[in-house]
Design a protein around this ligand. Structure first.
Ligand code: GLU
Length: 434
């Protein structure tokens, strides 16, 4: 934390808590803003979200009892456009995490130069432990509790960990039923990541993994790592990890190891990324996959690969894991998978980190395309989506490289610097109301 960030923390009455994801993320953002010598009022504005919405709502469970759920929507910043970001269903959802993830959405949308702001939402629930009916009732009631806090011109949710296209369809349907936006198309634009048959976009499901693969296929050869036969490993085999795995295998990579909540597996000859995705869909995890050896968590991190893709949850790579990692490059598919200490040690060890706000912004980029399609009542062909996504990802990767060069910093700081330059410029142009 630099001196300027210290004084912002003091002015806002924050006491730095090293384990707080929010404090970790906002410190990086404020330090970078300080390095750019941006005005102090910008740092004060960014240090706190604009709105923190918390709702409690009862849901009838299948056993006849009511359970009270807690839901969050944090709207961090909307200087660039309507708030945008996913809704997470996970037992560890907390206000601190949702706030941190909302800041990261502001940074992602700005780095990608999308006309969107940053938000995040979540409900503290294990979506694997509730029935489909319970999930639907819980989603509809959460959407109605949020009311006009979301809307196609105001705040547009999307899937995240534990949520999917079906859940987005229920959110959109609930919103359309409750609001004046009854038009078949404009109402749908309230949420992205919907099924293709109901206002979704081609390419959205695989978009986060695809965006990451566009970035790594662009940058690895420049780092002297050939794509053909490139050994890689993945943490988490949900939407992001399994698509990154499959698409990087298509690009020439050889998947050597995967770890998820059910265990870690490894195969020297390579795992079939597509068959593994089928196995996970059928059994719920990577454990027990044929032609693979079960290994310990430590041995998984120690696998000798060129590329490691963490695509599960936040704060997984601490100093301990960073000391084990035996990869040349870490491409962050998850949001904030590396703690500040983990990040420092990886850099000290000469491992290149391709930061999350660059690598995983393919999801929100195709969400942006879906939102435009819904507003225009059209459906684009998959080729058009892929062309736009590839050029958005490549342009952002170039911006990050340029900023790293200009400021002489690592790629994570460079990604924040590019995002902050854009936000800073727009604040300057718009001024502070009134
Ligand atoms: N939840 C995703 C993310 O963290 C997607 C957000 C969106 O599409 O709005 O980037």
């Amino acid at each position: 934390m630099n001196g300027q960030t210290h004084t912002v923390f003091d002015e806002l009455g924050f006491r730095y808590e090293p384990d707080s994801l929010y404090h970790q993320v906002i410190t990086d953002v404020l330090d970078t803003s300080g390095r750019l010598e941006q005005p102090r009022h910008l740092q004060l504005i960014l240090a706190q979200p604009k709105n923190e919405i918390m709702v409690h709502y009862p849901v009838l469970m299948d056993d006849g009892n009511y359970r009270l759920f807690k839901g969050y929507r944090v709207q961090h910043n909307n200087i660039l456009g309507p708030y945008k970001g996913g809704i997470r269903y996970h037992p560890d959802v907390s206000l601190d995490h949702v706030k941190a993830l909302a800041v990261l959405m502001t940074m992602k949308c700005s780095l990608m130069r999308l006309p969107l702001g940053g938000a995040k939402g979540g409900v503290q629930v294990d979506s694997r432990a509730v029935s489909t009916d319970e999930l639907r009732r819980m989603t509809r009631r959460f959407t109605s509790a949020l009311g006009d806090n979301i809307g196609p011109n105001h705040d547009i949710p999307a899937p995240d960990v534990g949520t999917n296209a079906q859940i987005m369809a229920w959110m959109a349907d609930t919103y359309i039923n409750l609001s004046d936006a009854r038009g078949r198309f404009t109402g749908q634009a309230v949420v992205t990541g919907k099924p293709v048959a109901f206002g979704g976009s081609y390419g959205r499901e695989a978009a986060t993994g695809q965006g990451l693969v566009y970035v790594v296929t662009e940058l690895l050869p420049e780092l002297g790592i050939p794509l053909d036969g490139c050994p890689f490993s993945v943490i988490g085999y949900g939407n992001v990890g399994s698509w990154a795995g499959r698409l990087f295998e298509n690009a020439g990579g050889s998947l050597r190891g995967v770890m998820d909540h059910t265990g870690a597996i490894h195969a020297d000859a390579g795992l079939d990324a597509y068959e593994l995705a089928e196995h996970v869909a059928a059994t719920g995890g990577v454990a027990g996959f044929k032609n693979a050896e079960a290994i310990s968590v430590e041995d998984f991190y120690k696998l000798n690969v060129d590329l490691l893709i963490p695509a599960a949850l936040e704060q997984m790579i601490t100093e301990t894991q960073a000391a084990w990692i035996n990869a040349k490059v870490v491409a962050e598919g998850a949001n904030a998978p590396t703690t500040p200490e983990g990040d420092r040690l990886l850099r000290e060890r000469g491992i290149t980190i391709l930061p999350a706000i660059l690598c995983n912004s393919g999801g929100v980029s195709v969400s942006y395309m879906e939102w435009r399609q819904d507003r225009d009542a059209v459906q684009w062909r998959e080729e058009r989506v892929q062309d736009e996504l590839r050029s958005l990802m490549n342009a952002a990767a170039q911006r990050v490289k340029l900023a790293a060069h200009r400021y002489g910093v690592d790629l994570r700081t460079a990604a924040y610097a590019s995002a902050l330059e854009h936000i800073g410029q727009v604040y300057e142009l718009r001024g502070i109301f009134p």
